[in-house]
Write a protein that binds this ligand. Structure first.
Ligand SMILES: Cc1cc2nc3c(=O)[nH]c(=O)nc-3n(C[C@H](O)[C@H](O)[C@H](O)COP(=O)(O)OP(=O)(O)OC[C@H]3O[C@@H](n4cnc5c(N)ncnc54)[C@H](O)[C@@H]3O)c2cc1C
Length: 192
């Protein structure tokens, strides 16, 4: 076949590759979620179960690793992971500085997010519904709400926000060493 010839199966290969990429991503999310929920109950996760079956890790190729640029969807998933985890980890009684920081972070994200359409969309959300950062639960609920606004605009199902803590939770970090320090209810602190 000369280089000018078009392979008649090329379209089929491309469709299959797109489908397989999609399945791999979904599967890796599922395994991650299942692992987290099993660990939370003190039971072995899927990875541990596979190890128990003596399946070498090298035989389990779930996610295609490519060193290329990420897609808007991959970036979105990674950013939401960051944002929901940040909200889960946010102190129940944040300091004035922490409240200011989280609002600034969202404002910066709405200007610097590396997808203009998404950044503009986030700006609109912030304008219509300013960040609620009075407490951990307030921020988590606001984040869930903001994510649902995006979901709706993309024609996706919305997420039930009463389940946001079960979905995300605090960072899996030994002895809560990753927790941020907040304040006591007694804020601002009284000067002796
Ligand atoms: C700030 C921001 C703005 C964006 N704007 C756009 C845009 O304008 N246009 C565009 O095409 N893409 C946008 N995206 C990307 C888009 O939101 C998705 O990330 C992307 O389409 C991939 O979607 P997904 O279905 O894999 O899951 P995602 O929407 O990325 O969600 C990841 C996981 O979060 C959980 N989840 C879903 N909804 C909620 C919720 N409400 N609360 C808590 N957890 C939830 C689910 O378990 C889901 O699997 C934006 C992303 C961000 C971070």
């Amino acid at each position: 076949m000369s280089s000018d010839d078009v392979n008649p199966l090329q379209g089929v290969f491309q469709t299959f590759e797109r489908f397989s990429r999609c399945v791999q991503t979904r599967l890796s999310q599922f395994v991650g979620q299942a692992d987290r929920s099993k660990h939370a109950k003190g039971k072995p996760g899927i990875s541990a179960s596979l190890a128990a079956m003596e399946i070498p890790a090298s035989d389990i190729v779930i996610k295609k690793q490519s060193a290329g640029p990420v897609t808007k969807e991959e970036l979105g998933r990674a950013t939401w992971t960051f944002l929901h985890t940040l909200a889960a980890q946010y102190p129940e009684h944040p300091t004035r500085q922490q409240k200011k920081d989280v609002k600034e972070l969202m404002a910066i994200l709405s200007r610097m997010y590396p997808c203009k359409e998404c950044a503009d969309h986030f700006k609109e959300i912030l304008r219509a519904s300013p960040v609620q950062a009075g407490s951990q639960s307030e921020l988590s609920q606001w984040m869930c709400y903001a994510h649902n606004v995006v979901n709706r605009s993309l024609g996706k199902l919305t997420f039930p926000c009463e389940r946001v803590d079960a979905r995300w939770g605090k960072l899996d970090c030994e002895q809560r060493a990753c927790d941020l320090q907040g304040t006591t209810l007694d804020f601002p602190p009284r000067i002796p």
